[in-house]
Design a protein around this ligand. Sequence first.
Ligand code: ZN
Length: 200
Amino acid sequence: MCCTLHSMTARTHDTAALVALLAWSIVFPPATMTVATAMTALLANQLGGIAPDIDQPTAPFWRNLPIGRYFGRVFGALVGGHRFFCHSLLGLAVFGVIGRALLEFLQPIMPHIDSEVVWTAFMIGMISHLVMDTVTREGVPWLLPLPLKFGLPPVRKLRIVTGSWVENIVILPLLLAGAVWLCAEHYTTLSALIQNRLVR
Ligand SMILES: [Zn+2]
């Protein structure tokens, strides 16, 4: 049996993270923006969008490392397995603290990058991941250490089966359409944001 069955594809999560970032940028546009910040924030957002699935040895992050699968397996066991610690508010907070510390450490070598914006983009990616996993059959243990998995809608049968045609033919195209719609509908705001000439 394919081992990726228990998680949505990275493509779905990446697209969801982008939609969430676009929506956030439209509603709460940062005060200032540089091209370097925008690019780094986009990258951080995409990383955040797949970060929780680092708890399974088949995650792209581990697959791309030499003998990564073994490290992945050990790491997965340490954090309690797939859809456990990394898929909870507690895990979100820990990733948030580590991400912030890493950005503060890197700030001296990236003076043109607003690390606050980059960190926010990363967290938005991570939250979008947990929200997307919540609409799947397996649900998400949001309130760990409370060992309960939450899902929407509450009736399990109505939720999406990960990796199914619903995900690939309905959810992913809807997310892509959402990204295109947000860009088209809020073109002026988004282009002004990138060019750092947002009028308030
Ligand atoms: Zn996941």
